[in-house]
Design a protein around this ligand. Structure first.
Ligand code: URA
Length: 279
């Protein structure tokens, strides 16, 4: 009992001493040199922390500051850019260069060529198709594949050819889109809108007597209407010029029965070209 009492008293004495030393800072880890901690400036960030149990637990590392967000690039209006670029073109060559430099249409990335036109720039008739296919993309010219051969046969039937040097016997051919869409899909409304200022400028530079829009895409672009089987053969106006909507030659290849309607439209075009201009 005497020994136990001694141990217990020793334990209490040791605990009291430890608590006292702890309060005095005696248990703080120290270096070789004596430090008068009372003389340390209170706000010194390097002052050793009192070793309270809380201070001994490792503090969570401060997270690295998140990078400041990039300042947002000013929003570009692709149609406003094409309007500005198209307006600056004084020639077809300049228009071709501007299209090739136009940065906002992704179709260009998948195309080999920026396909602008073929035929006689003096022609009275300007034919507007949809977009280049694989053959056109490879050769850099519009309507040179199967649909193009069909188109040549159709216009030859009324005495017009893209290679004719005479303005009144020739045609000039272009497309709404100068780049082949992937998988021959239809160009999107946004893609058409981007190209519209270039097309309008193209028409102004060529200044034809008549435009022929072949298929839904050019009807949508030039006349803002779709439904070519309904629109075909009905004269309309755009950019101050007469426009004849016609069935696309690729459609005629798939639906030979529709050649009747195409023939009627070609005759209407021929009659229009033969009519002397009104004073
Ligand atoms: N179809 C078009 O509309 N344009 C071309 O150039 C070729 C096929």
């Amino acid at each position: 009992m005497g020994i136990a009492q001694d141990i217990l008293e020793d334990w209490h004495a040791s605990f009291a001493a430890l608590s006292w030393w702890q309060e005095l800072g005696v248990l703080d880890p120290i270096g070789e040199a004596t430090v008068d901690r009372y003389a340390l400036p209170a706000a010194d960030p390097h002052a050793p922390q009192r070793a309270t149990p809380a201070a001994q637990t490792p503090r969570p590392q401060a997270r690295p500051a998140a990078p400041a967000p990039e300042p947002e690039a000013p929003k570009v209006d692709p149609v406003a850019v094409s309007r500005q670029m198209a307006a600056a073109c004084a020639t077809r060559e300049a228009l071709h260069e501007a299209l090739a430099a136009y940065p906002h249409c992704d179709l260009k990335k998948g195309a080999r060529n920026t396909v602008l036109s073929d035929g006689n720039p003096q022609a009275r008739v300007m034919i507007i198709g949809e977009a280049p296919g694989a053959d056109e993309d490879r050769q850099g010219l519009p309507f040179v594949g199967r649909a193009g051969q069909m188109l040549d046969r159709m216009f030859a039937a009324i005495g017009l050819a893209r290679s004719a040097p005479d303005a009144s016997a020739s045609v000039y051919i272009t497309n709404v889109m100068p780049w082949k869409p992937p998988g021959n899909r239809d160009p999107s409304t946004e893609e058409i809108a981007m190209m519209l200022p270039f097309l309008e400028r193209h028409v102004a530079l060529i200044d034809p007597d008549v435009m022929v829009v072949m298929g839904n895409i050019p009807a949508q672009a030039v006349l803002r209407q779709r439904g070519i089987t309904r629109l075909r053969g009905q004269w309309a106006q755009a950019w101050g010029k007469p426009v004849l909507p016609m069935l696309h030659p690729a459609y005629l290849l798939r639906n030979p029965i529709a050649k009747r309607e195409a023939w009627a439209d070609l005759l209407a075009l021929q009659a229009h070209l033969r009519t002397p201009p009104q004073p």
